[in-house]
Every structure is written in C-alpha cells, then in structure tokens.
Design a protein around this ligand. Structure first.
Ligand SMILES: Nc1ncnc2c1ncn2[C@@H]1O[C@H](COP(=O)(O)OP(=O)(O)OP(=O)(O)O)[C@@H](O)[C@H]1O
Ligand SMILES: [Mg+2]
Length: 336
C-alpha cells in the first residue's frame, strides 16, 4: 500500500536573531491511507510543526514531503491546489479560528465558493447543511445562521471540523482538536472523528500531548511518540501501549493513571534521572533523552544518535530509536 503522506528526512529549524532552533530533526514518517495515526509527545517536541509541514502550511528546512508518492515541492498549478485542498488542519482553539462577525453559513460557504465547489447560494446552503449534519450539528437549520458566540465550545469545535471538511480532504490533521473542550464533549468529538474515517474515507493524523487519549481512541491505528524533534517510537497502538519499548514511552505510560485505582497503586512508576528537559538550542550529544533516561548506557547513548529500527526478538511491531535496544545491549535500570 502506497503511503498517502510521507516525510523523508524532514528537518525544520527556526531562526531567532542569530540563534538557530532545530525544531524537527531528520523525521521519517509514512501515513497510510485511511489510518488513524496519533502523534504524541510533551509540549514543544515539534507536534504542531510536524502537522503544519504535513498539511503544507510550512516548508521543511531540508528533506522531502511526499503526497501520494509525489514530492510536494515539485507540484504546480492544479496539482498543487489539489494537494493543498486534500490536506486540512483543525487547529486547537475554535475561539481564535472562527471569525466572531461571520455566521456559520458565511464561515463554511467561503471556502466552497473560493474553491468553486458550489455555483450559487442555494447550492452553498445545501452543502453547508450537509456539512453541519456530518459533524452532528443537527438540525442544521438551527445552527446555520448563528454566530460563533451563540454556540457552545463543543459546537464551535464541530464547526471548525466542518470547515476542514468543506474541501473534501483526504487527510485531516487534528492538532489538539479536542483539548479545549470538556471531557464529556471530547469523547463525542473523538468518536465523530473516528467515524469520519469510515464514512467519508479520510485519513486522520491526531496530534495530542496526552498519551491517555491515544490509548483509548487510536486502538486500531498507530502511535508515533516524539521527543525533542524526533520520533522515538512508532508502531501499532496496542503494541506501543501494551508493550512499550523505548524508555521514554515506558516513562510516559508509567505516569498515566489507570481506571482501576488498585492498578494505579501497583503500577511501577519509573523515575527519571533528571526532570529537566534540555533546550532545543542546547541539545545533548547522542540520544537527546540520555540525560533523563533511567536505562542510560554511558559511552553509547551519549555518543551516537539512534535511528529508528526494530528491536531484535521483540514481539512488538514498533520501530524504536534506542541504540542499546536495537543493538541488543543489556539494559540496567539506574536507581536515583
Ligand atoms: N515560528 C517559530 N519561531 C521560533 N520557534 C518556534 C516557531 N514555531 C515553533 N517554535 C518552537 O519550536 C518548538 C516546537 O514547537 P511546536 O509548536 O511544534 O511544539 P508542540 O509539540 O506542538 O508543543 P505543544 O504541545 O505545546 O503544542 C517549540 O520550542 C517552539 O517554541
Ligand atoms: Mg502544538
């Protein structure tokens, strides 16, 4: 199966004065058609930057982005417009992303007219009503002429999702798209996103800092765990969650409370060697996680940058960026 989107050795840096901030480094990633891929990691690890590059809003500093096998930097004219329409991003904050002076009809019909997807107002109203129904804002007639402030937070987020659907995208990138709403509303939104995959045939890239969300909602998909601008583990959700390989994934999972309090009490909480996250402008040599890693191997982890590979003998299907694991060096837990 040809991936719908690919990163080939993608790096991205930003300049602040004379300082160069390496935000993404040498990221390789394939997104398969119709999958639910979750990008997880702590704040600042480069999730939004990855999402923006995936959706074409930002260009990589080096490396290539492929859409259906084609280097997107070579696309021109209709091909380029088609690619940009096929990828839509839902941003985190529906307050900031919806214009308060526009009705829902105005907001949703604008891209329809701009991309020549409707010819007149009657067609536009019909299509907007259909989009509202797709995101479970029903009856659409009650919503279509309202302003954002007349809707609840959950309803506004559904409008943002409907707007992303206006161009019939094949890939939706949901960047913390459910983080701003209450837990009760979050679950409904997540189910809706998952159903879109089957009902509308869209691939979902779901970006979150919350591994617990990935754990519950991306079960038949994959998880990519990011740390300081690199992917450190990527595999099917049940394998990454049920049998985490990379030390960082193990640490993240050990911090998630279980539904059963007894399980939480008996769960081993893995202690980091250091709580301090290195600055992107002052990254440690070798594996960026080594100063915090409880299984750090001196002379190896602080020297060589690990590449993603399978762990020999592991049942998990995940690729992991950890030299001791992928080269079969025995691990010993450092106790602080
Ligand atoms: N335009 C920019 N100029 C300078 N630095 C930037 C820019 N955009 C992002 N960064 C920096 O890049 C790093 C990664 O940012 P990014 O927004 O991708 O992280 P994130 O994983 O999405 O974090 P969060 O969970 O907080 O949303 C951060 O340190 C951020 O300050
Ligand atoms: Mg972000």
């Amino acid at each position: 199966m040809e991936p719908i989107l690919q990163f080939e050795n993608v790096s991205r840096s930003f300049h602040k004065g004379r300082t160069v901030i390496p935000v993404l480094q040498d990221v390789n990633l394939s997104v398969n058609p119709l999958e639910f891929l979750c990008l997880v990691g702590e704040s600042g690890c480069g999730k939004t930057t990855s999402g923006k590059i995936l959706s074409g809003l930002l260009k990589p500093s080096s490396g290539r982005v492929l859409f259906k096998g084609q280097d997107v930097s070579t696309l021109r004219g209709d091909d380029y417009r088609g690619y940009r329409r096929s990828l839509q991003i839902i941003h985190q904050d529906p307050y900031a992303s919806l214009n308060p002076t526009h009705t829902i009809y105005n907001t949703l019909s604008y891209p329809l007219f701009r991309h020549n997807l409707v010819r007149n107002r009657t067609q536009a109203r019909e299509r907007v009503a259909e989009l509202l129904t797709q995101v479970d804002l029903t009856p659409a007639a009650d919503i279509i002429d309202k302003y954002p402030h007349q809707l609840s937070g959950g309803q506004r987020q559904r409008v943002s999702i409907a707007r992303a659907l206006t161009t019939n995208p094949s890939v939706l990138i949901a960047d913390e798209a459910v983080s701003m709403v209450d837990v009760s509303i979050r679950i409904g939104l997540l189910h809706m996103l998952m159903n879109m995959r089957t009902n509308l045939g869209v691939t979902i890239v779901f970006i979150t800092h919350d591994l617990a969300l990935a754990k519950y909602f991306a079960w038949d998909g994959r998880i990519a765990v990011m740390y300081l601008g690199r992917i450190v583990e990527i595999g099917s959700t049940p394998d990454v969650i049920g049998d985490p390989q990379h030390p960082y994934t193990r640490v993240l999972l050990s911090a998630i409370p279980e539904a059963d309090p007894e399980k939480t009490r008996s769960k081993q909480h893995i202690q980091l060697r250091s709580e301090d996250i290195p600055a992107l402008t002052d990254l440690p040599p070798g594996c960026a996680f080594h100063p915090r890693c409880p299984w750090f191997v001196p002379g190896l982890c602080d020297v060589h940058v690990p590449a993603l590979a399978r762990v020999p003998g592991a049942i998990s299907d995940a690729d992991v960026a950890c030299i001791p694991l992928t080269e079969g060096v025995p691990l010993a837990l450092h106790t602080p």
